[in-house]
Design a binder for this molecule. Sequence first.
Ligand code: MTE
Ligand code: MO
Length: 214
Amino acid sequence: MTQFNEKLTAAKQAWARAGRLLTGKTDPDKEMRLPPGQRLVTNWPVLDLGVQPHVETATWRLDVDGLVENPVSLDWAAFMALPQVEDVSDIHCVTQWSRYDNRWEGVSTRALIDLVKPAPEAAHVILHSHDGYTTNVELGHFAEDDCLIAHSHDGAPLTREHGAPARLIIPRYYFWKSAKWIKRIEFLAVDKPGFWEVRGYHNIGDPWLEDRYG
Ligand SMILES: Nc1nc2c(c(=O)[nH]1)N[C@H]1C(S)=C(S)[C@@H](COP(=O)(O)O)O[C@H]1N2
Ligand SMILES: [Mo]
């Protein structure tokens, strides 16, 4: 994969091993808007692997393939021609910050699923990004009605550091599942842990269960 910052990655792996930030509390019924151990911010921190790829819409493609009836390779115009949705959701990052009321615009994962028609045995999704990052999510979680491939945030196109031109938004799980600089969405029968999941992060990552580490 692309070069990533080994020091930064090793530090986060060590936090995972040490169980950093764990409070031991859960809130399975989501009684609180803020999940256990989280701290509310109003700025928007940037997290990456030390690389922020520059991806042009002119050459951008989104491949959606794997165990699907109708694999597609969308260029920017084809992606923007799909039905557009807006959704407001909260961000919960495993490094403890949460940010409320983010207004996302883009294409719902459900519209993408309708387009490619996953095979009955498809149960997992892997997201592949331009910086070499991958993350895995269960198909059922990927298909939730607040998930989208977003190109805009709070009325403005995504900036490069936040994943331009398009990124996933999977708001019910820690934000490491929301892949930036998306290039490929792959449907699989078996689970395949991604970049952080093989380095000690939880496989599912539900903030209200404090699924920080696996
Ligand atoms: N391609 C890619 N996507 C990624 C990451 C990354 O390093 N590369 N980091 C993840 C992590 S750990 C977090 S917390 C969020 C951060 O998104 P933000 O920088 O827009 O806040 O992106 C996630 N998606
Ligand atoms: Mo993160």
